[in-house]
Design a protein around this ligand. Structure first.
Ligand SMILES: *Cc1c(COP(=O)(O)O)cnc(C)c1O
Length: 456
């Protein structure tokens, strides 16, 4: 088999600034050892997130020039609406400026205080929007999904028995809808099988509980189904996506992911009453229902991007990148979460740095070492981001200490990844010299963005 190449060539370039090791040490110090506070320009390979960081195609840029900026009923809106309906088959389509805006409208119209919203794993903005209106966000991930060393095809699946138990315990009237996140971002970007989505639907349907898909990475999930689920090899990704959405009563979407755009989102549903409620709030929060906080040119870029994300060659290349990095790291013995996710590879900082106590944040140790070694920016998903406090104010560690290396779409080439592999191997070699950290400043909410660290 020949090398899987990037299925594009580069027409516009953006220079990467490579600063010296000494300059990086200084930049990290000035940022109080928190890579969120470092200037993007000082990061040579920026893997902080795959959200809105992708490169657009010539077709997308050309479509942007066709943007119709009319306030109501623009041509670009028609293009967007037609495309989303073609892909999902869902009736009502509301554009929003991001995924979280769609979540906010969904939560504020349908959730009452004390309601329970099951999901495989809630993404942090989804959870925040549910909790903000007094709901309870419940994670019902399958047992396989929590074992970082296990290589299984669909570690994003929901535990169906837990879903049944949840309905039994809390009662149908407490559950206005159920969600499923494809792929499961907070659970390592692991896919959800169609068999699981079908099973979820068959549990919900007799109770009349609607199913909402958190669809941010629906195209990556469709690719995994194509590769890993029996009976889908011969199908186009568009057919698989259509089947996924056929079990849903609605969906929320961040077009910064599989919309291959830098901004945008949508909220869709089949229920006419819901649509009316959503629209009322959309007009106050986001804008008129035919633009929803987006410029006409954004709607055009998304309409093209959604289709490109479903191109088979694109997904083959994207997942080859994930596999390339994860297999090289496994060969080198670097502990990672298995298998690689749809949009990221996760280093297991707890197994990498067993000499560091979880409350001295091994994930931050790894993140900062990657930055000093090669200007690589990753993100800690561990006790800093997910840690909590008990009633007496005692800090509790997170069950996992991970470092996520998220892949912007169509941005980095194989040589960038070869460089990344060299950097990680070097950090791994010198792991014993990495120290833990303590927090010297933090805010009450979402502390990871702004807190200050000092080495211990
Ligand atoms: C990114 C993301 C969101 C929120 O989307 P934004 O556009 O960042 O507001 C919701 N759910 C999942 C699974 C995501 O990855």
């Amino acid at each position: 088999m020949k090398t899987i190449i990037e299925p594009f060539r580069i027409k516009t370039t953006e220079p990467i600034k490579i600063i010296s090791r000494d300059e990086r040490i200084k930049a990290l110090e000035q940022a109080h050892n928190n890579v969120f506070l470092i200037d993007a320009e000082d990061c040579c390979i920026d893997l902080l997130t795959d959200s809105g960081t992708g490169a657009m195609s010539t077709q997308q840029w050309a479509a942007m020039m066709l943007g119709d900026e009319s306030y109501a009923g623009s041509r670009s809106w028609k293009h967007f609406e037609h495309t989303v309906r073609e892909i999902t088959g869902i009736k009502h389509i509301l554009p929003t400026h991001q995924g979280r805006a769609a979540e906010a409208i969904l939560a504020q119209t349908l959730i009452k205080k004390g309601d329970i919203i099951p999901n495989n794993s809630h993404f942090d903005t989804t959870r925040a929007n549910i909790e903000y209106v007094g709901g309870v966000a419940m994670n019902l991930l399958c047992a396989e999904g929590t074992d970082t060393t296990l290589d299984a095809p669909f570690k994003g699946d929901m535990d169906i028995d837990k879903l049944k138990a949840c309905i039994q315990t809390h009662g149908v009237e407490k559950i206005p809808f159920c969600m499923v996140t494809v792929t499961n971002n907070t659970g390592g970007g692991q896919p959800v099988s169609l068999a699981n989505i079908r099973a979820i639907k068959s549990v919900l349907e007799p109770h009349g509980i609607p199913l909402i898909i958190d669809a941010c990475r629906f195209a990556e999930n469709a690719y995994f189904i194509h590769e890993r689920e029996k009976g889908y090899k011969g199908k186009a990704l568009t057919q698989i996506a259509k089947e996924m959405f056929s079990y849903a009563d609605g969906a929320t979407m961040s077009c910064k992911k599989d919309g291959l755009a830098n901004i945008g989102g949508f909220l869709i549903c089949n229920n006419d009453q819901w649509a009316e409620k959503f629209r009322n709030l959309l007009i106050i929060r986001e804008g008129f229902p035919t633009y929803g906080g987006l410029a006409g040119r954004d709607l055009e870029a998304i309409a093209v991007g959604l289709k490109e994300a479903l191109e088979y060659d694109y997904q083959v290349y994207r997942q080859a990148t994930v596999r390339y990095l994860s297999s090289r790291l496994e060969e080198a013995g670097v502990p990672i979460v298995k298998p690689g996710g749809g949009h990221a590879v996760f280093l297991d900082a707890k197994r990498m740095l067993p000499h560091i106590d979880p409350l001295q944040y091994p994930g931050i140790g790894v993140v900062n070492a990657l930055y000093v070694e090669g200007g690589v920016r990753g993100v800690e998903l561990g006790s800093v981001m997910f840690g909590s406090f008990d009633e007496s104010g005692e800090e509790l560690p997170s069950p996992l200490e991970l470092v996520r290396l998220a892949f912007p779409r169509r941005v980095y080439t194989q040589s960038h990844f070869d460089y990344l592999i060299e950097v990680i191997k070097e950090v791994w070699k010198n792991k014993d010299s990495i120290s833990g950290y303590k927090i010297t400043y933090q805010t009450q909410f979402l502390r990871h963005f702004t807190c200050h660290f000092e080495p211990v």
